[in-house]
Design a protein around this ligand. Structure first.
Ligand code: AHR
Length: 508
């Protein structure tokens, strides 16, 4: 049995919990849109063709924002193809995923869906094959009230009020050699700056995201962020980070500790952004939009795109089936993100439905929750108020990739208004259960709920015919000791423990 202690002080606060931390991502890729959120003819489809069963799961997941329409897709996308009468919309080749895009679903459909889902949109513009002009046209169409060409076009297409989109991504993964219209850092820094300056002439208060590296293993990582921000620092609010994790071979121990990599990645980009700011003597801080993160088995068969003459519409692509270990890693990545709430103020799990997704569907059939659904939904629901400073210390696990790491990782949030707190914790040991002491400044707390996601088989998964094989269960191994609350958790597990205490001052 491993042992770890998490010591919390309600006055040692890191930052407010950022609601945009619980964002997701819908790309025109595989069956994310077609057959995912949109399937006219499905028994649950509403008048707009949106699957009501999926909408219900999206709400349950607690998603706050959704980035759209890509991803690699956006870099050769013409947004105008997806507006207006459906029978006049052209079918186009999607060069990113070697698919045929029918354009049956576009901006106005997405915004209608976003309204029903209760999420804030994050819109990406094409800086691959296009540039400043098309970004401005899209902005005018989306956000201008009336009296100009694109605003009136939106109105004539049936949307009277502007969409009012606040947050915009200036391209996607522009450092990637796979990106249609990929650019050098100097080239991208310039076009991102020009696009930002032009968009701010329309609305200075827009929130703009510059592309960081596609991942921290890119050969240009670090230099890219430095060079792009040296050019664009005064014109953007965020730099993006993307990271996908998977288990390599049988190295479960390193995989379970993937959040170590995310911690270092965030800390590195923060340092680079701050060094650019310091050289400029700027008081402005660039925030981090971790706008693609997840577990993704990129080299596995579901991620091999079609090829040759075959350009299918909405093929089954990137349909990873997630197991318990994947869910524990997702829970650990959320802990890392929350721990950086002072700088990471937006994040998007990639993606939402069918494509490396917490929600899966069958055409004409059911929708169900993958294992990774659960830590996301419970963290989004119960993380509130402020993130408390403090990490558990105790038994360690040895990993090939990260060396010796804490076996238990955790983060806590505290809400002054309700007098309630939550601890989110992962046991990253592949073999040992852990006894975790949670000491809230040496005083008593009442535990109101403790749920644990675990299974004797770390590779157990959910499927259409077994949708609840892996789901959170009440954990009754919670005891009150003199040194705090003690919860016992199995190996390879994720837990949320909720508590309340009278011992706090409600702010005036
Ligand atoms: O989310 C899948 C893909 O991963 C996105 O299209 C791209 O931005 C990233 O490489």
């Amino acid at each position: 049995m491993n042992r770890a202690t998490l010591t919390l002080d309600l006055q040692r606060r890191l930052a407010p919990v950022q609601r945009r931390m619980f964002g997701s991502f819908v790309e025109h890729l595989g069956r994310c849109v077609y057959g995912g959120i949109y399937e006219p003819g499905h028994p649950t489809a509403d008048a707009d063709g949106f699957r009501a069963d999926v909408l219900a799961l999206v709400r349950e997941l607690g998603v706050t924002t959704v980035r759209y329409p890509g991803g690699n897709f956006v870099s050769s996308y013409r947004w105008e193809d997806g507006i207006g009468p459906r029978d006049t919309r052209p079918a186009r080749l999607d060069l990113a995923w070697h698919s045929l895009e029918t354009n049956e679903f576009g901006l106005d459909e997405f915004m209608r869906w976003a309204g029903k889902a209760g999420i804030e949109p994050i819109m990406a513009v094409n800086l691959g094959t296009r540039g400043v002009e098309s970004a401005l046209d899209l902005l005018e169409y989306a956000n201008h009230r009336a009296g100009s060409h694109f605003a009136d076009l939106r109105r004539s297409n049936g949307t009277e009020d502007p969409h009012g989109i606040r947050m915009w991504c200036l391209g996607n993964e522009m450092d990637g050699p796979w990106q249609v219209g990929g650019r050098s850092a100097a080239d991208y820094g310039r076009i991102a700056t020009q696009t930002a300056q032009a968009m701010r002439r329309f609305d200075p208060s827009l929130e703009l995201v510059a592309c960081g590296s596609s991942n921290s293993a890119m050969p240009t990582f670090g230099a890219w962020e430095r060079d792009v921000l040296t050019e664009a620092y005064d014109h953007v609010d965020y730099i993006s980070l993307h990271a996908y994790y998977h288990q390599a071979g049988d190295d479960l121990a390193s995989f379970l500790a993937s959040a170590e990599d995310m911690d270092r990645y965030i800390d590195s980009v923060t340092a680079i952004a701050d060094s650019v700011g310091a050289i400029r003597r700027s008081t402005k801080k660039i925030m981090i939009a971790f706008d693609e993160w997840n577990v993704w088995y990129q080299r596995a068969e579901p991620s091999v795109p079609p090829a040759g003459e075959h350009w299918p519409t909405a093929p089954r692509l990137l349909e990873d089936r997630y197991n318990l270990a994947d869910a524990v890693v997702v829970g650990g990545l959320l802990i890392s993100l929350l721990r950086h709430s002072d700088r990471v103020t937006a994040a998007c799990q990639a993606q939402l439905v069918n494509v490396i997704a917490p929600i899966m569907t069958e055409p004409g059939g059911p929708a169900w929750r993958q294992t990774i659904f659960h830590p996301f939904a419970l963290t989004a629901r119960h993380a509130g108020g402020v993130v408390l400073d403090g990490r558990p210390r105790g038994a360690t696990a040895t990993t090939d990739r990260f060396g010796v790491v804490e076996a238990v990782d955790a983060v806590a949030t505290w809400d002054d208004q309700t007098g309630t707190g939550a601890v989110f914790l992962v046991n990253r040991s592949a073999t040992e259960p852990a006894e975790v002491v949670i000491d809230v400044a040496g005083g008593p707390v009442d535990v109101t709920e403790c749920l644990t996601l675990s299974d004797p088989d770390p590779y157990a998964y959910n499927a259409a015919d077994a949708p609840d094989r892996v789901c959170p269960q009440p954990n009754d191994r919670v005891e009150h000791h003199t040194d705090g609350v003690v919860v016992t958790v199995p190996p390879v597990s994720w837990t949320v423990l909720r508590w309340m205490t009278e011992r706090h001052e409600v702010p005036a």
